[in-house]
Design a binder for this molecule. Structure first.
Ligand code: GRF
Length: 203
């Protein structure tokens, strides 16, 4: 049997993409990254894919009148590259049911907070504003809501009195780079069982 084929969607610097590429190179799990897609022509993720010899493409949202048509074009690209599993790695767009249904239960995301607290695009700012003492990161399946799908794994980090958004983000990011490859490995190994909102890990 061939290796499972991942499609990675990223909008920015791509450190999570890098950690996944590194995990594959180190043999943490067996998979092929069939395509990296970004919606941002300046995304460092594109460069990282190029450097690693991975197919990559930028599909800009503004070139399409409707979100659904934009997503159909993403799906067409992913199909072209035989992608079976979607990994969102800092993809700054909410996917509509058109996309979600195409890959139902086959889309993973990482969020830089302990969901269901602090969903959305400004997690670290919201964490500091609220004053919680512990934050972290969450890998979850993607459903049709925002950061609301069943949770696979989480890691916690302390929030320090002198934290800024940047220092907190850096502490959380270290954990992201550990738990995202771990979650992908469990998922690809067929060790995750979704029952309602709960995801059980069958080792
Ligand atoms: C990460 O903090 C991730 O949790 C969030 O977006 C950020 C992406 O960072 N979804 P990078 O592009 O992987 O460095």
């Amino acid at each position: 049997m061939g290796k499972p084929v991942l499609g990675i969607l990223a909008s920015g610097r791509g450190t999570n993409l890098q950690s996944i590429m590194d995990a594959i190179a180190e043999g943490q799990f067996s998979a092929e990254i069939g395509l990296v897609i970004t919606d941002n022509p300046k995304a460092k993720a594109l460069e990282r894919a190029q450097m690693a010899g991975i197919a990559n493409i930028c599909v800009e949202r503004k070139k399409f009148a409707k979100r659904e048509v934009f997503e159909q074009s993403l799906i067409a690209e992913l199909r072209k590259h035989h992608v079976e599993h979607i990994v969102l790695a800092g993809f700054m767009r909410i996917l509509s049911p058109v996309f979600i249904r195409e890959y139902k239960n086959h889309i993973l995301n990482i969020h830089p907070a302990l969901l269901p607290s602090f969903p959305g695009a400004h997690a670290h700012r919201d964490v500091l504003a609220y004053g919680v003492k512990i934050s972290g990161c969450t890998v979850h399946f993607v459903d049709e809501g925002m950061d609301s799908g069943p949770i696979i794994i989480q890691a916690a980090v302390p929030v320090m009195d002198d934290d800024t958004e940047d220092t907190l983000a850096a502490r959380v990011l270290k954990q992201e780079h550990i738990i995202y490859p771990r979650a992908i490995a469990l998922y690809l190994d067929g060790k995750l069982k979704i029952e309602g909102r709960r995801v059980f890990i069958k080792e």
